[in-house]
Design a protein around this ligand. Sequence first.
Ligand code: HEM
Length: 308
Amino acid sequence: MEKKDQLLSEQGACPMGNHEKSTVEPEAAEGGCPMAYGGITSGGHTSLTYNSYLKVEDLKSLQICQSEPAHHDEPLFIIIHQTYELWFKLIIHELDLVVELMKENRVRKATHFMKRVSAIMKVLVAQIHILETMAPRDFLGFRHKLNPASGFQSSQFREIEFMAGLKDARMLIHFQSDEEAYASLTRRFNNETLGDVFYDLLRRHGFKLPATKPSDDEETARKLESQRIRELCRMYEDETLTDLHDLAESFVDLDELISLWRTHHVTVVERIIGFKRGTGGSEGVAYLRSTVNKRCFPELWNLRTALV
Ligand code: HEM
């Protein structure tokens, strides 16, 4: 039996029907590229088709409903989360490159790829509203089946936050039962952030950006921060520093878009579940609202107040 037919017969009539685990075998990735397509080479493979290259049948087999019989709206809920995770994967891929480019002092290239990240983020902000076509009572038709799974456990979302500078060790708790995610998140947690690498780049361009040490008292830390902010203002005042300014602004774009995503997400959440607690155990809307003003690059925001 062909793989496609086998998948369909195992799933029964409804392509979104339940089954315990996916029948898709992970294939070994080729080459060094983390985005490599297993089993298919890009050059000279005569049987390459749109569907085989993009693994469309495999993709279509990955929506496994928990409700039984499958609730009509559960595929929407699964697919929207899966598309977010795919875009998160690409964002992480791009941010890793941006870090490397900054280390090589390739400022314009780094800005170029940050623009791609922003373009993706704009889609992610808009996309959440598709969920508003799901009526609150329809969601209640399968929500109980999702417990205790929650957006808290999106390791890629946390990876992006950690890379962008929002490191909160308490978030690691949600991944203790997922060895792989825990290990990669811990690695990200200990790694330098985009901001760290950007500041090092600026130091190589002659910016005096004194680092705060954990042993510094509050007053010293405040003084050092205002010194850094004064120095960062130069990017916004001196037109010969346009390339650095544009890169800095691309980080502010990312920050703003993450915050916009949070705002749109919590609004949709309130519209669908009101003030019910989250499946991950948080207060729900109240918790999500408390995250809206988090800033990944606080000094790039604060310098605006200092500009004259
Ligand atoms: C019906 C739609 C949705 C509802 C009702 C919902 C609800 C919630 C709630 C209540 C939380 C707080 C954590 C908890 O206690 O579980 C949360 C967190 C989260 N959700 Fe959603 N969500 C929805 C859709 C989505 C979608 C489409 C995504 C896309 C990735 C998403 C990603 C996240 C993330 C990343 C968090 C963690 C946010 C943080 O801690 O800052 N959610 N969600």
